[in-house]
Write a protein that binds this ligand. Structure first.
Ligand SMILES: Nc1ncnc2c1ncn2[C@@H]1O[C@H](COP(=O)(O)OP(=O)(O)O)[C@@H](O)[C@H]1O
Ligand SMILES: [Mg+2]
Length: 227
């Protein structure tokens, strides 16, 4: 369980102070697929960065089990992320001089996990293993970043607008792989998007508006994205 309590976060100082998170509390169950939905500028990325330990809140707590990660030193926080967290962003951040296999292996090596070949197959890229990122389509590149994030077997996978750079159909295909992997491996997913359609795949939809949660919806039946 991840339990976020009363998170606040501001940027800037004095007259330029901008309170981006205005007291957010949320509980995320282990194994859940939570989608955070909100308009551009509502504070979604800031919230995701705070839950995942990439950024520190001004106040409030972020508990993983009983451990409050806001209390960790910078070094401990880096270690925490390395051991527990996977990230996927709108940009793929692949290493251009490395093949698909080496990019995914980098994620696997972080966790001494040698089963990276299996994960390359799971995202449908086994015949692309020896290609370089520039030889792949956008959707394929994002699937490489999915495989790289999952190769270290994170307990929680955070995704910030993972299909933002893709066309609708390619985006759905990437999400379908993410759904499939979520069913196969037991991990928690927290995904940020401004696309209402993507919320269909969630167990829990959290709506955020101007730095506050406006609604939390639990949806028991998961509808497959593609048939
Ligand atoms: N590092 C930063 N420095 C200053 N302002 C920031 C920073 N990050 C985000 N903001 C501001 O916080 C607000 C929310 O941003 P963000 O969390 O990225 O929203 P979203 O992801 O929902 O589009 C915006 O007004 C943005 O300009
Ligand atoms: Mg954002």
């Amino acid at each position: 369980m991840i339990a976020v309590s009363d998170i606040t976060k501001s940027y800037g100082a004095g007259g330029n102070r901008n309170q981006v998170l205005k007291g957010i509390s949320l509980q995320i169950a282990d194994g859940d697929l939570t989608v955070i939905l909100g308009a551009s500028g509502s504070g979604k990325s800031t919230f995701l960065n705070v839950i995942s330990g990439l950024e520190r809140p001004d106040s409030g707590s972020v508990l993983y089990g009983t451990s409050d990660i806001t209390k960790l030193s910078d070094g401990e926080l880096t270690q925490f992320r390395r051991d527990n967290i996977g990230f996927i962003f709108q940009q793929y951040y692949l290493l251009p001089n490395m093949t698909v296999e080496k990019n995914v292996r980098m994620g696997a090596d972080l966790a001494d996990n040698r089963e990276y070949a299996e994960i390359i197959t799971a995202v449908g890229l086994e015949d692309r293993s020896s290609k370089y990122p520039s030889e792949l389509s956008g959707g394929e590149q994002q699937r490489v970043s999915v495989a790289r994030a999952l190769a270290k077997k994170p307990k929680v996978l955070f995704l910030d607008e993972p299909t933002g750079a893709l066309d609708e159909q390619t985006g759905r295909q990437v999400l379908d792989y993410i759904c499939k992997l979520h069913k196969e491996y037991a991990f928690t997913i927290v995904m940020v998007t401004h696309n209402q359609n993507i919320a269909e795949m969630a167990n829990t939809v959290v709506k955020i508006n101007s730095g506050k949660i406006s609604e939390v919806l639990q949806t028991k039946s998961k509808r497959p994205l593609m048939r």
